[in-house]
Design a protein around this ligand. Sequence first.
Ligand code: UGA
Length: 450
Amino acid sequence: MDEQDEIRIAVIGLGYVGLPTALGLADLGWPVAGVEIDEKKARFIAKGDPPFYEPGLADLLRRGLDSGRFSVADDPDAALQDATVLIVCVGTPRREDGGADLSQIDLAGQAIARNLNGYKLVVQKSTAPVGAAERLRKGIGAAAQPGAQPEFDVAVNPEFLTEGTALDTFFNPDRIIIGADSPRAVALLSEMHRPLLERAGKPPEETLLVTGVGTTEIIKHASNAFLAAKVSFINMVADLCEATNADVADVARAIGMDPRIAPAFLKAGIGFGGSCLPKDVSAFIHVASEHGVDFSLLREAERVNLRRPAQFTGALAQALSGVGGKTIAVWGLSFKPRTDDARDAPSIPIVSALLRDGASLRLHDPQAMREFQTLFPPNPPSLAYADSPESAAEGADAVVILTEWDDYRSVDLPSLRPRMANPLILDGRNCLDPAAVRRAGFDYRGVGRR
Ligand code: UGA
């Protein structure tokens, strides 16, 4: 194979990261085979149905399948043999002790070891603690045919996709980090990214950073941990704003005007959730403690975040003089807008606490209700799902906003007000305009806002 002409790619794991990555690479022109262990999921994808909601993904999948550049492997072993670059995009969930469970990477390594029929570049894209790529390299070496001299490299190429805008972050990356210790691996990964770098229209060195494998693993964890710490920082400040009748939205806006601070990730609210930030903060703390390094700064960021849901339900209970027997409309269940993903969402502890305290809940989310029902099946009258935000709020004692979907900004509040038993809105994402909500006759409370 001429590496400069065609890089055949296999992507192992077609989840929230693997599928957009595989389709993005196919769209850039590379032949990509997707390897998915979950047969039902694989069948859906092969038919052109993405198994989760991500804006633009269904079209990209259709395009990939129609062009023939993307396919779902019927025979995973053959797909691994056929490819030169094997991108590992499997899950690294949180273990009970806070560390990362690397068993799915181990399994991928075993499958790769069985199919080493020539040089392979194994790319760890799954987020994993420093040392994981070295463990993968050793695992593949140990599992390869006895006596064989397997020829492969292990590199790390983290993803910086954000759910809800995954395709935009894939096609317009603000950075591409290649962690590789061999020139061949660096050359192959640089070539694979060439179409993206060309599209960027700026010198490649402004986007591309090549460094060591372990350094790259730390870059990924440090990136997510920094974002998480920023959110916890503003949430801590929000508490002081609330105690002193100040406004955290103005504080965030003003400090964000300083380019050294920057405005992103300064939205106060019910805390960060999702499958990445909480898990990665925890894994970063865990790996630091294994190396005897004091990460108490990050531990505190994690603690601030863990307290957010209880503070929020406490504020609701105070506003309603207790939630027992009250009907609460919950707007938003996903961990953020434009995704159906509710993994580790703050809505989970909030809904649990409200049910425990005897509230009746009417839940609404534009995309995440199906997933949420697997955790909280409908159980009328204490738990019901509504097909619109307005019907969730019908007769309710309060609306709580847990995800800042645009749908909630466009609700006609003046006409909603008389349909509620008590016109209270507790905005856990500070996504509504307080003055407009009050003008519509509501008692409005945000987080850390006057
Ligand atoms: C995060 C990172 O932002 C991505 O760069 C990274 O690639 C990805 O994890 C990953 O490791 O795969 P994601 O989990 O999609 O992306 O979500 P974020 O946009 O980071 O939001 C995380 C949580 O923080 C959400 O619950 C969001 O509501 C919350 N958040 C975010 C705030 O509470 N305030 C903010 O100002 C920003």
